[in-house]
Design a protein around this ligand. Structure first.
Ligand SMILES: NC(=O)c1ccc[n+]([C@@H]2O[C@H](COP(=O)([O-])OP(=O)(O)OC[C@H]3O[C@@H](n4cnc5c(N)ncnc54)[C@H](OP(=O)(O)O)[C@@H]3O)[C@@H](O)[C@H]2O)c1
Length: 249
């Protein structure tokens, strides 16, 4: 897909990775709807960065744990950009709870994580697909985590939610073909991000020690992979892990 002049909704565009993904898609020629829930300043920073590249940008406030908020958010993005070709399900939520501390994982925390990281992306994809199908084509990229591939990460609920998002990617790739491709990037630790700050320090130390490239994952590599998936016409249902080589052996 030629990305020039396309409309892209990037959820969590106010956050660390969402900002990088928004800018990379804008560099490829997309106009961007920047999703956020509470961090309006972060969303505005991303809007300005996109506009600086000469592309159109708008803010879209959405709490994706609320099913009633999904359709209005997608509608707003499509209206402001004039079209919707790309959805990047990047928004996510985590909290640091050691795997062994089972009792700390309350029902409320479990539900917030699953509603944000799995149900929201499904409902956003369903709403966006209506517009994409009407236009004849579309691209959906989900941002999961290595925690969805290996039993690691900030909590059991987070890891299980990202495993679910990875399989949701494959299921949606079947459901939305042939008009829409659905792929997934599974990042490892990206230093300096808000999410990374919620990962216990001993886990961060271990990841940096075990990475064969002796470093953390690069936000630019993740953003560029999203662009590659969006450009591709014959890739769907795939997951690319970007983690500096911690989890391939
Ligand atoms: N950073 C890492 O090391 C790492 C590693 C593996 C995977 N990931 C994944 O990469 C993605 C982006 O992470 P990040 O590091 O950029 O995290 P971040 O800076 O904390 O950003 C998270 C984003 O999600 C949004 N969000 C949270 N809850 C939401 C809700 N209920 N409704 C709508 N939006 C919501 C936040 O909006 P506000 O800013 O408005 O609060 C923010 O834009 C996540 O899916 C995360 O799981 C990150």
């Amino acid at each position: 897909m030629d990305l020039r002049g396309r409309g892209a909704l990037v959820t969590g565009g106010s956050g660390s990775l969402g900002g990088a993904i928004s800018v990379a898609l804008a560099e490829a020629g997309c106009d961007i709807a920047v999703g956020y829930v509470g961090n309006r300043d972060g969303a505005d920073d991303t809007v300005r960065a996109v506009e600086k590249l000469g592309r159109k940008a708008c803010r879209v406030q959405v709490d994706q744990t609320d099913p009633a908020a999904i359709e209005p958010a997608v509608q707003r993005a499509a209206r402001e950009l004039g079209r919707l070709d790309v959805l990047v399900n990047n928004a996510g939520w985590n909290i640091g709870i050691p795997f062994t501390d089972l009792d700390k994982l309350t029902t409320e925390i479990w539900e917030r994580i699953f509603h944000t990281n799995v149900r929201g992306p499904f409902q956003l994809a369903r709403a966006a697909a209506v517009r994409m199908r009407a236009q004849g084509a579309g691209r959906i990229v989900n941002i999961a985590s290595v925690a969805g591939v290996k039993p690691t990460g900030s909590s059991i609920a987070y890891a299980a939610s990202k495993a679910a998002l990875i399989h949701l990617t494959r299921c949606l790739a079947v459901a939305l073909a042939p008009a829409i491709t659905v792929n997934c990037v599974a990042p490892g630790l990206v230093e300096g991000t808000r999410m990374a700050q919620r990962i216990p320090p001993e886990v961060v130390d271990r990841v940096l020690r075990e990475a064969v490239l002796q470093r953390a994952a690069d936000a630019g590599d993740i953003a560029n992979q999203v662009v590659t998936f969006c450009r591709a016409d014959s890739i769907t249902g795939q997951v690319v892990v970007i983690d500096a080589g911690v989890h391939f052996h």
